[in-house]
Design a protein around this ligand. Sequence first.
Ligand SMILES: NC(=O)c1ccc[n+]([C@@H]2O[C@H](COP(=O)([O-])OP(=O)(O)OC[C@H]3O[C@@H](n4cnc5c(N)ncnc54)[C@H](OP(=O)(O)O)[C@@H]3O)[C@@H](O)[C@H]2O)c1
Length: 372
Amino acid sequence: MKLLKRILKWITGAILVLVVLAFLVAFIAYWRSTNDCGKAGTPGSPMKAIVYCEYGVANLRLEEVEKPAPNDDQMLVRVRAASINPYDWHFVEGTPYVMRAMGVGLRKPKDTRLGVDFAGTVEAVGKNVTQFKPGDEVFGGRGGAFAQYVCPRATRAVALKPANVSFEDAASVNIAGITALQALRDKGKVQPGQKVLINGASGGVGTFAVQIAKSLGADVTGVCSTRNVDLVKSLGADHVIDYTKEDFTKSAERYDVMLDNVGNHSLSECKGVLTPRGKYVLIGGGGASDQGFLGGLGKALWAMVFSKFVNQQMGMMMADANQNDLTVLADMMRTGKLKPVIDRTYKLEQVPDAIRYVEQGHARGKVVITVE
Ligand SMILES: NC(=O)c1ccc[n+]([C@@H]2O[C@H](COP(=O)([O-])OP(=O)(O)OC[C@H]3O[C@@H](n4cnc5c(N)ncnc54)[C@H](OP(=O)(O)O)[C@@H]3O)[C@@H](O)[C@H]2O)c1
């Protein structure tokens, strides 16, 4: 008995020491967390870019930074337009907080540059680049896109922009278009004639998803608010549910695939609108002010567990930006099957206003930045 008590005492003591050590390590890591702000000298070859040294939209600045130089596998692209995604405000705010612990920067953002989606003109190519040449008009995704120049790797998320598509339209495609395509085609495995419900049909991902689901031959139902009903219909939706008047989870209709861009219903409510072998694809949800520690990841983890106990497939998808899928989307735009919806356009120096607008969670399609 005495021995057992002593062992328990030792274990409790060891746990306490470990907890104190973990706190100490986290505290030191937090205060050591920094970035390159203030360390770079005057740029020799300057360009304008959005930079943030601390988390928060109020800390976004338009500054002169060093213009990037492409390596052998990259190309130098003069950015003509970029677009905003909720992804960008996650980085600006550093939320959900788990992101910070996962390498984004505990106290300050490690990477001080912002933006991903861009469209522009190739000015120079590295010596290993064969598929693009100076003068080509391209679009895609590359970190630091809220700037006058980016250097994407030629084999990664970049593709030729169709001549009949504007830079603004092309810049809006990368994250939202690829997410919609992969969610419907790869996760949802949508077949012609299937019933597809898109919750959040009027936003960045939703406006692409309605059009792509239609081109896959689905019978599409879009969920949006009253002011967006006509927009969603005009994109080809067969049925539109106004969420201010009707709760789709209470309807008797059943869907083969549900895309969830909003995450505002419980998993059991969403399961309730699926056919017996239906698929629920969680894309995201939650506004900038309600991210907390895990944000939408909490629901994604719960979906992994929940899915084990039901016949339907339920889970989150993470978009994988790549050249093949950008080319698929480029072809759809070229042939008129896909037309990006642009809500507002801002200038590069107005990126903070554009981010604030998207953070409110009511964009109609995409918000685009034009770059001079
Ligand atoms: N998993 C991934 O790889 C991935 C990729 C891209 C995006 N995402 C995530 O997916 C989510 C959507 O992205 P997004 O670019 O489409 O965002 P967004 O453009 O900001 O979407 C805003 C749209 O959501 C609609 N909405 C708001 N509340 C709604 C409700 N209760 N019911 C139906 N619609 C509602 C709004 O319509 P109203 O104005 O009519 O309310 C608005 O049109 C975000 O959380 C984003 O972080 C994830």
